[in-house]
Design a protein around this ligand. Structure first.
Ligand code: SF4
Ligand code: SF4
Length: 157
């Protein structure tokens, strides 16, 4: 790796970790399969919407247009499951792709991991940790007093 590329990678890492506070790099591109436009959980103010009553209250207070385009289709232990009326099921396309809301524009973001979700099977995106396991182990290995070096200890976190 050239010196310029190394410097660029360090700046990129710093920017993502310290400024954007991200833990993963996102790679790839959308294959336009439409899978993420069906059976949607919605997170509002950091929490997945769990009940219809909660959703009705959110709609009353929040003028976000996306909430007017979605409909509850079921519910499971995780929360309400929605469909979107801007999704053309036959063509598997968003009817408002150019004007789609930020919640769709930003998909997928690493926040999906923080509440236990995953990418759809076959999604063209993938995530890679910014700090690799190798780097973490190298850092830990430098600190001789660290309990990770003591094989009699089990660390669960
Ligand atoms: S699941 Fe992934 S590849 Fe498919 S439409 Fe959504 S973002 Fe694009
Ligand atoms: S607005 Fe478009 S991109 Fe967003 S969920 Fe609906 S169909 Fe998909």
């Amino acid at each position: 790796m050239t010196l310029i590329k190394k410097i660029f990678n360090k700046i990129k890492k710093f920017y993502h970790l310290k400024i954007l506070k991200k833990r993963y790099y996102r790679f790839g591109e959308c294959k336009k399969c439409g899978c993420c436009c069906e059976n949607i959980y919605i997170r509002h103010e950091g929490k997945v919407i769990k009940s219809e009553e909660e959703f009705e209250n959110i709609k009353k207070k929040d003028s976000y247009s996306f909430y007017r385009h979605i409909k509850v289709i079921s519910k499971d232990d995780f929360g309400l499951v929605f469909s979107c009326n801007k999704f053309d099921k036959e063509k598997r396309l968003c009817l408002e792709h150019k004007n789609r809301p930020s919640i769709c524009r930003n998909y997928p973001s690493e926040e999906i991991f923080s509440f236990g979700a995953q990418l759809q099977e076959g999604c063209g995106f993938c995530f890679e940790p910014i700090v690799s396991f190798e780097e973490v182990f190298k850092k830990v290995g430098r600190n001789k007093k660290n309990i990770y070096n003591d094989s009699s200890k089990v660390v669960r976190s």
